[in-house]
Design a protein around this ligand. Structure first.
Ligand SMILES: Cc1cc2nc3c(=O)[nH]c(=O)nc-3n(C[C@H](O)[C@H](O)[C@H](O)COP(=O)(O)OP(=O)(O)OC[C@H]3O[C@@H](n4cnc5c(N)ncnc54)[C@H](O)[C@@H]3O)c2cc1C
Length: 310
């Protein structure tokens, strides 16, 4: 066990965590950041990022995250490629564990993200970014005037379908039940949109593809068992996200879906524990909003340390 008490330990190396690290390092706090199982976060699974400001021609996700990491390291962040497996925030200093290794810190920024749920059908991983997506705001632009499908029955599915309908020529909304979890207003808005066609109760059974990517899907009507093939350019899964919040549960407030509830920007109910990015954001879920919140968390952590002479 090391006796060193870090000023700030950051959990997660997505845009939120790395931005927090850049700000904390530049404030002289020598932050340590834990990368977990997916160093660079969700953006490492995608190719072109066209909506992160500063890149006239866009940038690839892995390159953006490699540059953010290098920037964080250059200003004094220690990046550790370890997963935080347990925490105890019941007393100060705060305690974290990476397997058996105990880590002590005066403040913590939780930036562990939220993982998009997928259907679990064959080839969805391989085709991610090549016709398959979990984010219409991120990827919809690549399907301008093209034919796409959205899977899901909740508010996010309705929102994604309505968003895509403004860009794409045709949108299929596929749902396996004939009733919807979505709110009445969101459902009706989607139903009234001319180029959204509802396919219920259908389930997607196969992703069809060639060497370049997705070409279509096979769906089955769950009432009649009849199979159909639809040619498609894009396939969006909008079936929810799993926030990576489980290990923090006793020390933070969670909403009904497991997102950490931030108060006064990035504070949690535990003094010294801050939160940033998708883990605390059921609404926007974008790299720029995650980075913005990472900045806020680092500034609030800095103030907390100052105010408590830590
Ligand atoms: C395919 C795809 C394409 C996207 N395209 C865009 C786009 O074009 N533009 C855009 O703005 N957004 C896009 N997004 C959304 C964007 O990726 C997220 O909003 C953003 O990555 C959220 O950042 P974050 O830092 O909150 O979390 P994440 O990026 O999810 O990072 C979470 C980090 O936490 C780590 N972690 C989790 N648990 C632990 C633990 N116990 N211990 C240590 N570390 C842990 C993970 O390893 C990871 O490093 C896309 C998302 C996906 C999936």
């Amino acid at each position: 066990m090391s006796n060193e008490i870090h000023h700030v330990a950051i959990i997660g190396t997505g845009p939120a965590g790395l931005t927090a690290a850049i700000y904390a390092a530049r404030a002289g706090l020598n932050p340590v950041i834990y990368a977990g199982l997916q160093h660079g976060g969700q953006l490492t699974t995608t190719t072109d990022i066209e909506n992160f400001p500063g890149f006239e021609n866009g940038i690839s996700g892995p390159k953006l995250m490699a540059d953010m990491t290098a920037q964080a390291e250059r200003v004094g962040t220690k990046v550790l490629y370890e997963q935080i497996t347990k925490v105890d925030f019941s007393s100060s200093p705060l305690k974290l564990w990476s397997d058996d290794k105990e880590i002590l810190a005066h403040s913590v920024v939780i930036a562990t993200g939220a993982t998009a749920k997928t259907l679990g059908i064959e080839n969805e991983d391989v085709l991610m970014g090549k016709g398959v997506s979990t984010c219409a705001t991120c990827d919809g632009f690549f399907y301008k005037n093209k034919k796409v499908a959205v899977v899901g029955g909740g508010d996010s599915a309705m929102e994604e379908a309505t968003y895509l309908a403004k860009l794409c020529s045709e949108v299929y909304l596929i749902h396996r039940r004939d009733h919807f979890r979505a709110s009445k207003i969101m459902l009706e808005r989607a139903q009234k949109t001319e180029n959204i066609k509802f396919l219920v109760p259908y389930s997607t059974t196969e992703l069809l593809h060639d060497k370049t990517g997705l070409t279509g899907i096979k769906i089955v009507n769950l009432e009649t068992d009849q199979t159909e093939t639809i040619e498609l350019d894009g396939f969006f899964m909008a079936i929810g996200h799993q926030p990576n919040s489980q290990i923090f549960e006793p020390y933070v407030d969670l909403d009904d879906h497991g997102y950490i509830i931030a108060r006064n920007h990035t504070e949690t109910k535990t003094p010294g524990v801050f939160v940033a990015g998708d883990i605390a954001d059921p609404v926007f879920k974008q790299a720029i909003t995650a980075a913005g919140m990472g900045c806020q968390a680092a500034i609030q952590a800095t103030k907390y340390l100052e105010n408590n002479n830590l």
